[in-house]
Design a protein around this ligand. Structure first.
Ligand SMILES: Nc1nc2c(c(=O)[nH]1)N[C@H]1C(S)=C(S)[C@@H](COP(=O)(O)OP(=O)(O)OC[C@H]3O[C@@H](n4cnc5c(=O)[nH]c(N)nc54)[C@H](O)[C@@H]3O)O[C@H]1N2
Ligand SMILES: Nc1nc2c(c(=O)[nH]1)N[C@H]1C(S)=C(S)[C@@H](COP(=O)(O)OP(=O)(O)OC[C@H]3O[C@@H](n4cnc5c(=O)[nH]c(N)nc54)[C@H](O)[C@@H]3O)O[C@H]1N2
Ligand SMILES: [Mo]
Length: 814
């Protein structure tokens, strides 16, 4: 037991363990300064809300206020551990500038009002538009950060009540490709792997996934294996020298946007060396011959040229994969936010399929999620899917959803796939969508090409509703702002990236008039007087547990089956993995254990798409290709990025995250320990490139693309040559809640392009052609963290990132 500075040491103290042994418990506790556990009035069960890992925790309350958090020793996900954002992030709930009353725009300004006025404006405008222009004038844009009960209610209102097809989540920017890749390979969304695969794997391959910074506790688990006997070997595919790259046996640092070439070369080697489990492939998959044909010419020399990676390193990587006995593969934004996102992510599935490494301890795939509740957005149909992973192109499944909702099947739009967000923005731009209801997301910072997005969202003819907990950049553009209660202030459930469902209890009252998102959606439904086909109220519940029961009925018999879960079952112990039903009353650790997939034509969530054009595969084609519901090995040809470097824009710019901040910083920017660790934007460049220009650490640079410019101080880091990296956390406003724009333009999305993967429709944040110039010489180093991928190159004189006494966390080893 002892305290440790968890800003300086984000992953905490090592607890080494060997293959297949239980991961030791380490309970992390952080309370407001001066308090001890004896001072806490009560603890309330929950899980982490600033990433997708789903670490179980308890919220400490004193005098009706959240005063800290403690990891749950009994939880299967984290065995007591928490990451820095979780340990300090709760303080954002207590910020003095939370939204506490609804706001409406009068004479151009947002002014405070009551719920009655605000909600009747929202409902009246909806009804007017429904009368004048029909349901297609209404759009909903939600998030991956609310609770399951809220998404399911919103999906019912939008798809079943209003009858619009324009429903999406920011999960489109986040893990649309995870869902798409799982649908392509296995017929349905649903994570094959389990975090316990880390305990058993002998090779862990991470593709475009900086797990060390983005799921810190999962990285602690990997670090503990690395520190124990028989450590796993690590393959890292990332253009930056991330903490994962530093721990890797093989690190491939490809040119951004060349993932498919790299994957095809790895698959080429696996086929050429016959590292293929033919018995598994013959019995459980279709499509091997097409893949073998596709990769036949993709040798490592070919890929080495395209990816700018040494051919020998590619060979070494393929050998790791080909000779692994228990291979765990993980994929995230370095693959998902690229032009061939789904094609690349599917090739990772193909590696595990070829090796027959699925459904056994240590053999898994984690097509990772990012946001804490993104899985639920997808399951509940609040994001461009239908609830319960139902297939919009299968009339029987739509009919079944209509049965659950007691509406006519024709009421649920299914003439095409639900509209994806980038298309919705286009409809707003051209005026066919006139009402946009945004909940729990900040598109004025997080969408590509912000200059355009600001114009689109501030149009006079658009009625913009923003439901948030702070006056975000987007809320400032709204016609009506609805103040929400958040995590710790409301009850509900959410599901992490390995299908673990957690209950999150209300610990304190929300500030002022703020209300849970669920209550706001229910109020909206009541005002619209939405009815089922018998004239009874469409939404039959009035609280979270009622919504959960409704969802259980909707999910029963589908892959994401929650029918065996209850709030009381989720109380007290660990989170539980779906499917959880009569057959699996304690949940399901691994799916596809017997090599049977959710891909039968009558059951699958999708018939798949053409990976190049995104055109849906016709049902008859799918049935002919895969009549028995096997896994689909889908090949893809490499295509170059859409915006290659040029004489004018010679660099490739990529963007992403740092360990200490969450997204647009509405929460983490208000937390002193986190904000101090990464207070301002920076730009990463290699030592080689900075030497060519004669630039040094801390110089103020201007990076530009065809869309705009951003100014940032230089961090000379371990990033590959001819590549630049910007964190995307820093918005238009200088400090969150600040009253004015930042001194310098610094949002990465001023620079990114309006373009997306044809299959998943996920926007491209990871490669844009850019140029860079120096504005002024350094007066000191940049303020990028030194503990992470932005670590300065050896020899630079940069003060270490430290949190000091303010960042002390109690660790209890058991
Ligand atoms: N600290 C922190 N944690 C978070 C979040 C956060 O904001 N902050 N957000 C959460 C959410 S919503 C998400 S989606 C996840 C995202 O988690 P990650 O995907 O791990 O994070 P990113 O930084 O977006 O991208 C990962 C890596 O992709 C690399 N990359 C860039 N271009 C390419 C490429 O062309 N090919 C390859 N192979 N790699 C490339 C980048 O160098 C980067 O290190 O994190 C979650 N966790
Ligand atoms: N350039 C670049 N852009 C990116 C990315 C990238 O890597 N590079 N990553 C993309 C990805 S993966 C993601 S997930 C998105 C994230 O982008 P956003 O979703 O826009 O980012 P957040 O800052 O998480 O915004 C969430 C909003 O919800 C509010 N909020 C928090 N809790 C609650 C609640 O309980 N109820 C309500 N109603 N509101 C709440 C917060 O205050 C905040 O305003 O960004 C995407 N944009
Ligand atoms: Mo995300």
């Amino acid at each position: 037991m002892g305290t440790i500075d968890r800003i300086a040491e984000p992953w905490g103290t090592r607890t080494p363990y060997g293959t297949g042994e239980p991961w030791p418990v380490r309970v992390d506790t952080r309370l407001d300064d001066g308090l001890t556990e004896a001072d806490v009035d009560a603890w309330f069960q929950s899980a982490t809300i600033l990433h997708s890992n789903g670490d179980g925790l308890d919220i400490a309350v004193k005098d009706g206020r959240i005063v800290g958090v403690r990891g749950r020793a009994t939880d299967r996900v984290n065995h007591g551990r928490l990451g820095p954002k979780d340990l300090f992030g709760y303080q954002a709930n207590n910020s003095a500038d939370r939204l506490t009353s609804p706001l409406v725009r009068r004479d151009g300004r947002l002014v405070e009002t009551g719920w009655e006025t605000a909600m009747s404006m929202v409902a009246d405008r909806t009804e007017e538009l429904l009368k004048e222009r029909g349901p297609s004038s209404i759009g909903f844009y939600t998030t991956g950060q609310l609770f399951l009960e809220e998404y399911y209610t919103l999906a019912l209102i939008a798809h079943g009540g209003i009858g619009t097809n324009h429903v999406d989540g920011n999960t489109r920017l986040c893990t649309a490709t995870a869902a798409a890749a799982l649908k392509e390979s296995f017929g349905s969304d649903g994570q094959p792997g389990s975090y316990t695969d880390v305990d058993h794997a002998d090779v862990i391959a991470l593709y475009g996934h900086n797990v060390a910074e983005t799921q810190t506790v999962l990285w602690s688990r990997i670090l503990d294996r690395l520190a124990g006997p028989n450590p796993p070997r690590i393959l890292c595919v990332d253009p930056r020298r991330t903490p994962v790259a530093e721990a890797a046996t093989v690190h491939l640092a490809p040119r951004p946007g060349t993932n498919v070439a790299l994957m095809n070369a790895l698959l080429h080697e696996i086929v050429a060396n016959d590292w293929v489990d033919h018995a598994y492939v013959d019995q459980h998959a279709v499509g091997f011959d097409e893949l073998a044909k596709q990769v036949a010419s993709c040798d490592v020399d070919w890929a080495a040229e395209i990816c700018d990676v040494p051919a020998d390193d590619l060979r070494a990587a393929a050998r790791l994969l080909g000779q692994a006995e228990r291979l765990l593969s993980t994929v995230l934004q370095g693959f998902y936010q690229s032009h061939q996102a789904t094609a690349a992510a599917v090739q990772v599935n193909n590696v595990n399929l070829l090796r027959g490494m699925l459904g056994k301890p240590g053999c898994g795939i984690l097509q990772m999620n990012g946001q804490p509740t993104a899985q639920n957005t997808r399951e509940c149909g609040a994001d461009g899917d239908l609830p319960g992973f139902r297939n919009w192109a299968n009339d029987e499944q739509v009919k079944d959803l209509a049965r659950v909702w007691n509406v006519e099947p024709a009421q649920i739009p299914h003439y095409s796939e639900p509209t994806h967000l980038m298309q919705m923005m286009r409809y707003v731009e051209d005026g066919s969508i006139r009402f946009l209801y945004v909940s729990g997301t900040n598109p004025a910072v997080s969408l590509p090409e912000l200059g355009r997005i600001r114009d689109v969202l501030s149009q006079e003819r658009l009625f913009l509703v923003v439901q948030d907990i702070f006056l975000s950049e987007t809320a400032q553009l709204a016609d009506v702002v609805l103040p929400a209660a958040t995590w710790g202030e409301k009850t509900g459930t959410f599901t992490n990236a390995d299908r673990t469902v957690h209950l999150s209890e209300k610990a304190v009252d929300p500030p002022g008039q703020a209300r849970p998102d669920l209550d706001i959606f229910l109020d909206y439904a009541r005002r619209l007087d939405l009815r089922d086909k018998d004239g009874e109220p469409l939404v039959t519940w009035s609280d979270p547990e009622g919504a959960f029961e409704g969802w259980k009925a909707c999910s029963a018999g589908r892959p994401c089956d929650y029918s065996g879960l209850t709030y009381s079952k989720l109380r007290g112990g660990s989170g539980i993995q779906w499917p959880c039903n009569d057959e699996h009353p304690d949940g399901t650790e691994r799916i596809y254990v017997d090599g049977e997939f959710w891909s039968a034509p009558s059951y699958c969530e999708s018939y798949g798409k053409d990976l190049v054009t995104g055109a849906p595969v016709e049902p008859v084609e799918y049935k002919a290709m895969n009549p028995d519901g096997k896994a689909v090995i889908k090949a893809a040809e490499y295509l170059p990025p859409h915006e290659p470097p040029s004489a004018e824009f010679p660099y490739l710019l990529t963007t992403g995250r740092t360990l200490y901040h969450f997204h647009t910083r509405t929460k983490t920017g208000r937390v002193p320990q986190l904000q101090a660790a990464a207070p301002d934007v920076w730009i990463e460049m290699s030592a080689e490139d900075s030497a060519v220009h004669g630039w040094d650490e801390g110089d103020l640079l201007r990076v530009s693309t065809a869309r705009g410019g951003v100014e940032a101080r230089l961090r000379v880091s371990g990033i590959r040559r001819s590549t630049l990296f910007l964190p995307f956390h820093y918005g238009y406003w200088d400090t969150p809640g600040g009253s004015g724009p930042a001194e310098r333009g610094r949002a990465a999305n001023e620079l990114t392009i309006t373009d997306w993967d044809p299959c998943s429709k996920q926007p491209l944040f990871k490669s844009a052609a850019a140029r860079v110039e120096r504005i002024s010489v350094a007066d000191g180093p940049s303020r990028a963290p030194t503990t992470t991928a932005s670590r300065p190159v050896a020899g630079a004189s940069v003060p270490e990132t430290r949190g000091g006494a303010a960042a002390a966390v109690l660790e209890r080893l058991e």
